[in-house]
Design a protein around this ligand. Structure first.
Ligand SMILES: [Ca+2]
Ligand SMILES: [Ca+2]
Length: 337
């Protein structure tokens, strides 16, 4: 064999090795790409599955509410079937934990301005609630300004564009209803600490929801409604709730605690209290694969035969503490089984 031939063979061998190495690199790259696509696909499948599970939980909640509406519904109260805790639902690869609760046990901040005008009984009540929590009653004025259509401050504690445009960064007053509780952070005087404490007493619903369902009302709200009512007396009134709830405002007010109230307070109670709820909240915790999601949905009862999800949020910032704790406890027990 000549040396030229030998060198040609060597080059050919080298080329073969190079091609083999290149092919290996390409195959590895292809496999990596393939498995990345597979992972993304699996992630997408999980995501789709989570969305489907959230829909399923909403359908379940609405079916429970529909059954309630069909059942001679004089009142909505904590002993009704829909208000009982749902068991955690195991699903292939995961767990769904829905919590359905009444959404009208707290004061609706948006009701401060309804039908384009300040709602006087609501404003008087909100000022008292703020005072009871040792917050400045001026927080009511700045919120009314945030909600009302005009740009004239309610008082020196109020705030309209003039105030917000001087901030850094500047912004404008919304001059419409709050979309979420988080939006309150933008309103003059409110901060995270105030919002944290206030969250147990207030909520954000469409402005037409002007009433609080006494069957779910926390004692702190009742205290704020009746000047001079002690915490113990408020607790006692609510502890005497009939098994089937109060079925009318008159029945609730038929208690010596409410006798002899001044005309203003009586008028406020008339416009603030009810025994039914038109709004409900569904918190659905979904654990699936390595993912966990909390889905919040606001359900409106718009008629005897209709319930609709009118707002929803993924992993909402503001959560009632007791619910997340409960959900966690149940989930841990269930997962441990
Ligand atoms: Ca009911
Ligand atoms: Ca305004």
């Amino acid at each position: 064999m000549t040396s030229i031939k030998r060198s040609q063979q060597g080059i050919a061998l080298l080329s073969m090795l190079l091609i083999a190495a290149l092919a290996t690199t390409l195959v590895v790259a292809m496999i990596e790409r393939q498995s990345r696509l597979l992972r993304e696909f699996a992630g997408q499948l999980q995501q789709d599955q989570i969305v489907e599970y959230a829909r399923g939980a909403s359908a379940l909640a609405m079916a429970a509410l529909q059954a309630d509406a069909d059942d001679n519904n004089k009142a909505d109260h904590p002993n009704e079937a829909w208000a009982q805790p749902f068991p955690p639902f195991p699903v292939p690869g995961g767990l769904i934990l829905p919590v359905l609760r009444d959404a009208q046990s707290r004061f609706n901040l948006n009701s401060l301005v309804a039908d384009g005008a300040v709602n006087a009984p609501a404003l008087a009540f909100y000022r008292r609630l703020l005072a009871q929590l040792a917050f400045s009653p001026e927080l009511a004025d700045s919120l009314v300004d945030w909600l009302d259509a005009d740009s004239i401050p309610m008082s020196t504690g109020g705030a309209e564009d003039d105030y917000y445009l001087r901030l850094n960064p500047p912004y404008r007053a919304a001059n419409r209803s709050l979309s979420t509780y988080s939006e309150l952070r933008l309103v003059r005087g409110y901060n995270m600490e105030i919002m944290r404490q206030l969250a147990a007493y207030v909520t954000v619903l469409p402005s037409s929801a002007k009433t609080i369902n006494v069957n779910f009302m926390p004692p702190g709200l009742l205290e704020a409604m009746i000047p001079g009512l002690s915490p113990a007396a408020a607790l006692e009134v609510l502890a005497n709730r009939p098994v089937d709830g109060w079925t009318s405002r008159a029945e609730f007010l038929d208690n010596p605690v409410f006798f002899g109230l001044d005309a203003d307070t009586s008028a406020q109670l008339d416009s603030l209290l009810d025994v039914q709820s038109r709004y409900f909240e569904l918190y659905t915790r979904i654990r699936f694969g390595e993912r966990e999601r909390l889905q919040w949905a606001l359900i409106a009862r718009t008629g005897r035969r209709s319930h609709h999800v009118i707002a929803q949020e993924r992993n909402p910032l503001w959560l009632p503490e007791f619910e997340t704790e409960d959900a966690d406890d149940n989930a841990d027990e269930d997962l441990a089984e």
